[in-house]
Ligand binder design. Structure first.
Ligand code: ZN
Length: 259
C-alpha cells in the first residue's frame, strides 16, 4: 500500500515522527510520497531525517500557491529556487505541489498563475511529473495546462475535489487523478461520483496528511496509516476488491513517479 501524497515534514509530525512511520508500516504501507515546501529550508532539513527513518520514502518539492505571494514581481526566480531545492534532495521524484488556489487567495492571482507556469516549464525541462493543487480555479488551471503543455502532461491532480469536466480534461492531458479522505465524507458525493469513473490505470489514493483525516477520524490530525480508509472507500464505490485496486494503484504510482 502506498500513500501518494503526505506532508511528513510538516510541524504537525515533529514530536512523534517515528511512531507515525511505524504505524504506517504496521498498517501495510511500504512507501509514500512526501511533499515538501521549496521555500522552507526547515522542511528540506527534515527530509534528510525522513529519508533515513524510511528509506523507501520519495519526495515531491515545489512552491505551493499559498506561498507564491512573496515572489510577486520576481516570479522568474522561482525556477532557480525550485531547481536548487530539487538538486539538494536525491530522493525527489516530482515537482509539486503547485497550482492555483482562489478559495483562500493567499497570494494575488496573477502571481499564482505566473509561479505555476514557471514551475510547469521547469518540470517539463527536468522531465519530472507535476503534482497539482487547484481549488475554485478550474478554468485558469485548465487554460494554463493547455498553454504550457501543448496537450500532454505527466502528473497528478491531487486531492481531487473538482468537477467531472476538470477530471475529463486532466485525463485527456494524460494525467492521473488522486483521491483523499473527502471520498469518505458525507458531503463528498460529487467527488465519489468522479472517483467511480476514473479509468483504473489513472487512479491514485493519498491522505494529504496532516490534513483531511477520513471518517471515522475526521477532525483529528491525519496520518499515512489512514490511507487504508480511503482505499477501502474507493474499492467499495468502484465495486472492486481492495487487493486488486491496491495492486493497480501501486502500478500507477510506479508508472507516474518512476520511484
Ligand atoms: Zn498536499
Amino acid at each position: 500500500m502506498i500513500d501518494s501524497h503526505c506532508h511528513l515534514a510538516d510541524d504537525a509530525f515533529v514530536k512523534d515522527l517515528r511512531d507515525v512511520i511505524e504505524r504506517a508500516q504496521t498498517a501495510g504501507l511500504t512507501r509514500a510520497l512526501c511533499i515538501l515546501a521549496a521555500e522552507n529550508p526547515i522542511e528540506a532539513e527534515r527530509a534528510r531525517e525522513l529519508a533515513r527513518l524510511w528509506p523507501a520514502l520519495r519526495f515531491g518539492i515545489g512552491l505551493h500557491p499559498h506561498h507564491s505571494g512573496q515572489f510577486g514581481g520576481r516570479e522568474s526566480e522561482v525556477g532557480s529556487l525550485v531547481r536548487a531545492a530539487i538538486g539538494a534532495i536525491p530522493e525527489v521524484r516530482s515537482l509539486g505541489e503547485i497550482g492555483l488556489d482562489y478559495h483562500y487567495d493567499f497570494a494575488p492571482r496573477n502571481v499564482q498563475q505566473e509561479v505555476f507556469r514557471v514551475q510547469i516549464r521547469l518540470a517539463r525541462e527536468l522531465d519530472l511529473p507535476v503534482i497539482i493543487h487547484t481549488r475554485e480555479a478550474e478554468d485558469d488551471t485548465l487554460d494554463i495546462l493547455q498553454e504550457e503543455t501543448g496537450g500532454s502532461l505527466r502528473g497528478v491532480m491531487h486531492c481531487f475535489t473538482g468537477t467531472r469536466r476538470l477530471a475529463e480534461e486532466a485525463l485527456g492531458l494524460g494525467m492521473h487523478i488522486s483521491f483523499a479522505g473527502i471520498v469518505t465524507f458525507p458531503k463528498g458525493a460529487n467527488v465519489r461520483e468522479v472517483a467511480a469513473m476514473v479509468p483504473a490505470d489513472r487512479i491514485l489514493w493519498e491522505t494529504d496528511s496532516p490534513y483531511l483525516a477520513p471518517t471515522p477520524h475526521r477532525g483529528k490530525r491525519n496520518e499515512p496509516a489512514w490511507v487504508v480508509r480511503v482505499a477501502e472507500e474507493l474499492a467499495e464505490l468502484r465495486g472492486v476488491q481492495l487487493e486488486d485496486l491496491r495492486r493497480q494503484t501501486s502500478a500507477n504510482f510506479d508508472a507516474l513517479f518512476r520511484p
